[in-house]
Design a protein around this ligand. Structure first.
Ligand code: BG6
Length: 296
């Protein structure tokens, strides 16, 4: 179902028989809402989010492509999150089974303007699926359509903003003992200790080569989110905390307490600064999946 959203921008609503739902905008191919079958919102969306190009929507699930972060030639997190995507009327067969599920297929291709800043041709197909249990799955397939067959590399993230009751009561499990690059310390490489991750100040880390399953435990709400990922080796965890929150025009001063970003990503390996993983060879279809389930 396509309808008008904020500022007249069009959005797609997916509904599942038991009552769960999801919403996504053509602008950014951006999921802005995911509700369980009790109608409870599971994603954070800022009350100050700006639904106006070229600003990316603050909250939900921005898609960072073809560059995650600011390391590289492009604007922070690339341009996929502030382009208008289209319905993909002719999606090739998908590796994942979507029968009996509510889903939509979107596609993004570069414009001539995009080619000036990132000179590669590609087809980026995104399928957003809402499963019968209310789980949400995003599958991205990025195909290199460069006519000369020249390979390109990119970095990527599903920049998911989870809604939590109080971030200082939240634990993240699955990242213990892993290596990470600390964005707050010039991307220096450290190793995480053995305990679940908790939050008491600004947090911005890229965990390298993580397990495919990460759990976010919201103690107060008695809710657990389980993030599963495939084809996305890394994971980014971010909370701006009070000072950065105040500095962001599209984010409420106290909203940091009620969100946590845990992002399935493909970022970097190697030295402490890392170099982007090369993941798109000529004419290769690269599926990366992130699925979210909530219980409690
Ligand atoms: C996170 C990054 O993923 O996104 C942070 O690790 C960044 O460094 C944050 O501040 C938000 O980015 P943006 O561009 O949406 O404000």
């Amino acid at each position: 179902e396509v309808c008008k959203g904020v500022n007249g921008l069009e959005k797609i609503v997916l509904r599942e028989v038991r009552g769960s739902s999801a919403e996504l905008y053509f602008y950014g191919g951006h999921v802005t809402s995911w509700k369980n079958d009790h109608g409870e919102e599971l994603l954070f969306l800022s009350s100050k989010a700006i639904f106006k190009p070229p600003k990316a929507i603050r909250g939900g699930i921005p898609i960072c492509f073809p560059q995650f972060g600011s390391l590289g030639p492009l604007e922070q997190h690339g341009f996929a999150r502030n382009r208008f995507w289209s319905i993909d009327n002719d999606p090739p067969p998908f590796p994942t089974n979507s029968s009996n599920k509510a889903f939509v297929d979107l596609i993004l291709k570069p414009s001539e303007e995009d080619m000036k800043v990132w000179p590669h041709r590609y087809e980026f197909r995104l399928r957003v699926t809402l499963g019968p249990g209310g789980d949400l799955m995003l599958t991205s397939r990025i195909r290199n359509t460069n006519t000369d067959g020249k390979p390109f590399t990119f970095t990527f993230a599903y920049h998911t903003y989870f809604s939590v009751s109080d971030v200082s009561e939240v634990r993240v499990e699955g990242l213990e003992t892993l290596d990470y690059l600390d964005n707050l310390r010039d991307k220096e490489r450290f190793t995480e200790q053995g305990d679940a991750i908790t939050f008491e100040s600004e947090f911005d880390k890229i965990y390298l080569s993580t397990p495919t399953k990460i759990a976010i435990l919201d103690h107060e709400k008695k809710r657990t989110f389980v993030l599963r990922k495939d084809g996305l080796p890394d994971a980014v965890v971010w909370n701006p905390w009070d000072k950065k929150a105040k500095a962001m025009a599209d984010f409420g001063d106290d909203e940091y307490k009620h969100m946590l970003c845990v992002e399935a990503a493909a970022w970097a390996i190697g030295s402490s600064k890392g170099s982007p993983r090369g993941i798109a060879q000529a004419d290769l279809v690269h599926p990366c999946t992130g699925s979210l389930a909530a219980s409690g």
